[in-house]
Design a protein around this ligand. Structure first.
Ligand code: ZN
Ligand code: ZN
Length: 123
């Protein structure tokens, strides 16, 4: 039994998370160096005070695709970033997916209720 070393797993997970955060910080920093601090959609300007609300959007939606010339990045404010992804979902025929999600979401509480009722009856 050598597979179950929880502390090692914790360390590996923590490191993976740290690496992901580091990568995100570094492409954000690079993007902020390359591009002016302006939302690419609504033109809102940013300063150090509100820079947190300026986010890096990946044009091809692949967060692993981070070319050094910034060609896959676009600076968007939180609001426009949300809109951008919403539009992408709809363009990709996301309507079906949304319905699917809702069906699953409304289904599970009833399943739970049923088992609760069954539980009461059996007692
Ligand atoms: Zn914006
Ligand atoms: Zn994005």
């Amino acid at each position: 039994m050598t597979a179950g070393d929880p502390s090692k797993l914790d360390r590996v997970l923590a490191e993976a998370r740290r690496n992901a955060e580091k990568r995100e910080q570094s492409y954000r920093e690079q993007a902020l160096k390359i591009y002016p601090w302006i939302c690419g959609r609504c033109g809102r300007e940013f300063t150090h005070a509100n820079l947190r609300e300026l986010t890096v959007h990946h044009r091809d939606h692949n967060h692993d695709n981070n070319p050094a010339d910034g060609s896959n990045w676009e600076l968007l404010c939180l609001y426009c970033h949300d809109n951008e992804h919403q539009r992408q979902l709809e363009a990709a025929g996301g309507g079906t997916n949304v319905r699917e999600d809702r069906r699953v979401a409304t289904h599970s509480p009833f399943a739970n209720l049923k088992s609760l009722l069954a539980d009461k009856k059996s007692k």
